[in-house]
Design a protein around this ligand. Structure first.
Ligand code: KG4
Ligand code: ZN
Length: 346
């Protein structure tokens, strides 16, 4: 029996100030998320400077609340993990510097975590991984298909060539004058509407697992402008349903094809767009009756949180990864570079 380990993680890569404690990489002990969405809403998107300022204001109380939820002190922890990238540099810096200060003051190991590795590992809080597995990562900044052959190994087999899926959702939502972030609003409208418009699907070259959503986004915006000029009435719910049908069709079909080609045991969906009802249903339909297990985290673990960073951090910690005092925010950190990092960074 190995000794239990407790990892405290901090996540500040975008607009949520989050901290969490996870036991043995799989058991949620405390999870606190302070969202800034209200402050960014009136700007229709995240304003980086405002995000950084909020993180500074929130980080201490978020940490205190996390420790109090867990009934623990920093001395009880085995390591401190933090999102080092990708994300907004000013926002990431708040988390990285807080984690470094805590680790230094309390003499705890420091572990850097890639934000997307975190989104994937959110699923391990629900179910143990079985390799090889395929992860569809769909968030505001990412749309990727990632093959994992073992813990900590990430191979990107497909990615978006332009907009991320969540970004397309947010831009279409803005055109429909829906509040930020638009994804959940479009999702809700789509449930009420019908696919009355045949929007394009970017399949790209035969066999490619890459994605492209900018053409679809432009097609929706053009359709709305043309209808307005002609005085035609397009119902928002049908536009939302037609847009969502196109996104979901491409995402679920490519995920299914890749899962078959790479003969994976599990398919894991991660990131904010994993909350999408249309996508959850389409994937459940595709994998029904298949031997491949489909895992989609509960809604609260789909969007940004620190429990996922602690879950990924626990694996990195057990594999011997330690960050040095020179750990820095890395706004464009690639997943493959992160996976291939050396054990001791100092
Ligand atoms: O993972 P996340 O919280 O932050 C990033 O790392 O980007 O993802 C946020 C994205 C936003 O674009 C938001 O509109 C989208 O996830 N999103 C959704 C839904 N819920 C959140 N998109 C479609 N349907 C949803 N239900
Ligand atoms: Zn995220």
């Amino acid at each position: 029996m190995t000794k239990d380990n407790y990892i405290l993680a901090i996540e500040t890569s975008c607009d949520e100030t989050a901290a969490a404690i996870v036991k043995n990489g799989r058991e949620l002990v405390a999870n606190v998320v302070a969202s800034q969405i209200e402050s960014h809403k009136r700007f229709g998107g995240v304003v980086p400077e405002i995000a950084s300022r909020h993180h500074i204001e929130q980080i201490t109380i978020t940490l205190e609340e996390t420790l109090s939820q867990a009934g623990m002190e920093i001395d009880d922890l085995d390591a401190i993990a933090v999102t080092e990238g990708p994300g907004l540099v000013g926002a990431l810096l708040v988390g990285v510097n807080t984690a470094k200060a805590l680790a230094f003051a309390k003499n705890k190991p420091l572990v850097g975590v890639h934000h997307i590795a975190g989104h994937i590992y959110a699923n391990r809080l629900e179910k143990e991984f079985e390799f090889p597995l395929l992860s569809l990562v769909v968030s505001g900044g990412h749309t990727e298909l990632i093959l994992m052959k073992e813990h900590g190994s990430f191979e990107v087999i497909g990615e978006t060539r332009d907009d991320a899926a969540g970004e397309a959702y947010d831009k279409v939502a803005r055109t429909l004058k829906l509040p930020y972030p638009g994804g959940p609003h479009i999702d809700k409208l789509a449930q009420e509407g019908d696919e009355t418009i045949d929007f394009p699907r970017a399949w790209l070259e035969e066999g490619s697992y890459d994605f492209s959503f900018s053409g679809l986004k432009s097609a929706v915006i053009n359709k709305l402008h043309n209808a307005k000029q002609k005085g035609d009435i397009l119902e928002d719910k049908n536009v939302a349903a037609s847009f969502q049908a196109s996104v979901v069709d491409v995402l679920s079909t490519k995920t299914y094809q890749a899962a078959k080609e790479y003969q994976v045991k599990q398919v894991i969906v991660a990131g904010g767009v994993a909350a999408n009802q249309g996508l959850r249903k389409a994937l459940a339909d595709k994998f029904e009756g298949e031997e491949i297990e489909l895992l989609i985290p509960p809604l609260k673990l789909c969007t940004d949180n620190a429990a996922m960073i602690a879950a990924a951090g626990a694996v990195a910690y057990q594999q011997g990864h330690r960050a040095g005092w020179d750990l820095n925010a890395n706004p464009s950190l690639s997943l493959e570079r992160y996976a291939n990092r050396s054990l001791k960074q100092s």
